[in-house]
Design a protein around this ligand. Structure first.
Ligand code: SF4
Length: 275
């Protein structure tokens, strides 16, 4: 009998952070309200996506219009948000930070790009993992752009967060944090290629937006992200590792995860592995 398991592109990092938590959230239906920073990120994505889509369709809108879309999204009641979970970010501060970042992105960053797709709606993509298991990669490429470079196309993904921008290795400049994002970029590359029927030949890009202290925007690149998902002759990729977990039903806990907290893990009360 065939068993299709849908895995959202954005949930891959969580699967390999604490698989026990991932199982709770994605297979057992356990749920927690969004955090203020997640809501801020969603709203920033909303405002910047409206701006980029309008540019792509040659019907540009103003930065004020994008800022308005950001504010509407921030105050939207469609998602449940626990504003008390994080005493470092009030709604008023979130609005101030978000408006700065959205304005800067629309004025300085977006005009540098030509986009082939913004929030591409993807075609279903199933991978036969053997023994009747199919992994279906899902997710509109929301928060993500397909950009056109001189030599081909590549994925650009906006990431917001307290540490989304950091010093470069040689400390000479500021760059987007790319660590931990390769699986998601690799998944987006596979999904975009399957939907557009065209190879993503250029490196994946993270456009980082720092949402604490002085707001900052910087980018960083990820090469060979698909390799992490698919593996090679000598190494199983993450899809194969995920398939093994799904087939065995064993989802190992990781009490050292930074999300291992009553604040962020819906399995906390039932989990015997945390401190
Ligand atoms: S409480 Fe910690 S170890 Fe247990 S599922 Fe949650 S994150 Fe994983």
């Amino acid at each position: 009998m065939s068993n299709v398991v849908r895995i959202r592109a954005s949930s891959w990092p969580s699967l390999f952070d604490c698989a026990h938590r991932w199982e709770a959230q994605n297979l057992l239906g356990m749920y927690m309200p969004s955090s203020p920073r997640a809501q801020l990120g969603t709203a920033i994505h909303g405002g910047t996506a409206v701006f980029d889509q309008a540019r792509m369709h040659n019907t540009p809108i103003s930065i004020d219009d994008a800022a308005g879309a950001f504010v509407d999204e921030l105050h939207s009641t469609e998602r449940e948000v626990n504003w008390r979970i994080d005493n470092t970010l009030s709604k008023r501060d979130a609005e101030k930070i978000g408006l700065t970042l959205v304005s800067r992105y629309c004025g300085d960053i977006s005009p540098r790009y030509t986009f082939a797709a913004v929030e591409l709606e993807i075609a279903p993509f199933q991978i036969d993992c053997g023994d009747g298991l199919h992994i279906e990669l899902t997710g509109t490429l929301d928060r993500t752009r397909v950009r056109i470079d001189t030599n081909g196309k590549g994925i650009s993904d906006i990431k917001t967060g307290a540490a989304a921008v950091q010093p470069s290795e040689d400390n000479s400049t500021r760059v987007a944090k790319t660590k931990g994002h390769a699986a998601q970029i690799g998944t987006y590359e596979l999904l975009a290629e399957n939907t557009l029927q065209e190879l993503m030949t250029e490196p994946g890009e993270i456009i980082g937006m720092k949402t604490t202290g002085t707001p900052e925007i910087a980018n960083g690149f990820i090469n060979n992200a698909k390799l992490i998902m698919l593996g090679d002759q000598g190494n199983a990729g993450l899809i194969e590792h995920a398939a093994n977990m799904l087939k065995s039903g064993m989802f190992p806990p990781n009490p050292q995860s930074w999300c291992c907290s009553k604040k962020y893990c819906p399995r906390w009360d039932a989990c015997i592995f945390h401190d």
